[in-house]
Write a protein that binds this ligand. Structure first.
Ligand SMILES: [Zn+2]
Length: 372
């Protein structure tokens, strides 16, 4: 079960709570029921207010009153009354809510996080969920943040970053709709992945949270600093992919790298639309390479696992994704007797898919235009 509405509502109403009928309306009754069975929505207490159709005067929303023998009624507090009186069942008056610690504890299994959940003193709506431990003796803290605006998120991320004093960590948020892609990218280059729960977990039929994606891929960039000190995202002039991984380049770094093109067995530059490669002893250069070739290879290189250009690539008039991919590889990748050096072909269910898996001995630099 997808939890999109739940995470969106949680994000702007943290910590989400309300009487059962109101929550069912906000996030869908199926989802609300399943979350309650999962223990992600808990009964907090008997509510004292009940929503009314058009909150009006000071007496709104309706007040919940006991009428004896356990039944309740919601009464408008305005004089004269503006909302209708309502009889309520015992289930209607229970105030359900998300207990942040309980939600975050349930994230630890699908996200492979260990340790204790605790609030972060001094940053409201921020928690340490635990640690991601890629191998013994290396552990990276994982933080949960939630905010209702881009400004709030920016401030919280900055607070975490300055407290970490250069250490690596990961950030989990309900959705990524308030976090600009430049921010995600800037943090990624600092070795800090920002992970959106909407894209990462759902509710299994057994009502537990389960990962919808490979968790190790999500955390793959943690601690892997790829950026030179780029003080502002506006300075990113190009992105480079080398055997050391991705790196954002300033204009000067781009010029420096481009001037050393000759030392690489494979070098390609989306800015200049050029490529050159060392075939045997012969260096072959090409100009005017199509931008779509670079975009396609970038998608393939960024894919986690195998890449199907017909499904995840791009198409152009007359050309299928596969055709563009193959032409792009022809133009930029290098073919040896053992096969392609950067992008391997793998046959899956009778069709070809591709895997970015450079030969260990190849030297290469692929330069792309910065994203966005
Ligand atoms: Zn009212």
């Amino acid at each position: 079960m997808e939890l999109t509405r739940f995470f969106q509502t949680l994000e702007t109403n943290f910590p989400l709570c309300g009487v059962r009928p109101a929550l069912a309306e906000k996030i869908g009754s199926d989802v609300a029921g399943a979350l309650e069975r999962a223990g992600l929505l808990s009964v907090l207490r008997v509510a004292d207010r009940y929503p009314c159709p058009q909150p009006g005067g000071e007496g709104c929303p309706r007040h919940i009153m006991e009428t004896g023998n356990g039944s309740h009624v919601a009464v408008c507090g305005n004089d004269p009354a503006e909302c209708e009186e309502m009889r309520l069942t015992p289930r209607d008056v229970e105030l359900l809510g998300v207990v942040p610690e309980r939600l975050l504890e349930q994230l630890r299994s699908p996200l492979q996080i260990s340790g204790t959940v605790r609030e972060i003193i001094g940053i409201p709506q921020a928690y340490q969920v635990g640690f991601f431990i890629p191998q013994p003796a290396i552990k990276h803290p994982v933080f949960f943040l939630t905010a209702a605006s881009a400004t709030q998120y920016a401030a919280m991320l900055e607070a975490l970053r300055s407290r970490a004093e250069g250490g690596s960590f990961a950030v989990v948020t309900p959705t990524d709709r308030f976090i600009p892609p430049e921010t995600v990218r800037q943090f990624r280059t600092m070795g800090v992945p920002i992970i959106s729960l909407v894209d990462t977990v759902r509710l299994s039929p057994a009502v537990t949270l389960e990962a919808t994606t490979n968790v190790l891929d999500l955390f793959a960039t943690i601690g892997r600093r790829t950026a030179a000190r780029v003080s502002s995202v506006t300075e990113v002039f190009a992105d480079a992919l080398t055997p050391q991984g991705w790196k954002s380049l300033t204009e000067k770094e781009y010029r420096d790298l481009a001037s050393t093109a000759g030392i690489y067995q494979i070098f390609a530059d989306e800015r200049a639309r050029t490529a050159c490669k060392l075939e045997g002893r012969q260096r072959r250069s090409a100009k005017g390479i199509q931008p779509s070739f670079f975009r396609m290879l970038r998608k393939a290189a960024e894919a986690s696992g195998r890449f199907d250009p017909n499904v995840n690539g791009l198409t152009e008039e007359q050309l299928s994704g596969k055709q563009i991919f193959q032409r792009a590889r022809q133009a930029i990748d290098l073919k040896r007797s053992s096969g392609w050096v950067l992008f391997k072909t793998e046959t899956v269910d009778d069709h070809a898919e591709y895997l970015f898996q450079p030969d260990a001995d190849v030297t290469f630099a692929l330069i792309f235009l910065p994203k966005s």
